[in-house]
Design a protein around this ligand. Structure first.
Ligand SMILES: [Zn+2]
Length: 77
């Protein structure tokens, strides 16, 4: 019997917010992204194994990793 396992990584946009970038120092729009790793069984996602949150500057593309609490605080604003 052939069993096919795998891991896929998906990224989705949660929301956009105004902010200032630590690298380019430009105050502008940032997008908050969720990156999830999912275990697949016969190419069907069955379990999310990891979630990471990032704030990405739309001016220079600099990414800052956020904790879940930081993401929730930014979403509540
Ligand atoms: Zn920037």
């Amino acid at each position: 019997m052939l069993v096919i396992f795998g891991i896929t990584r998906t990224q989705r946009l949660l929301f956009a917010r105004p902010g200032s970038c630590p690298r380019c120092r430009v105050a502008g729009p940032h997008q908050v992204l969720e990156q999830a790793s999912r275990l697949t069984f016969f190419f069907i996602p069955v379990l999310t194994t990891r979630r990471h949150y990032f704030s990405e500057c739309l001016n220079c593309g600099c990414r800052t990793e956020l904790s879940r609490q930081q993401k929730d605080l930014l979403a509540a604003r």
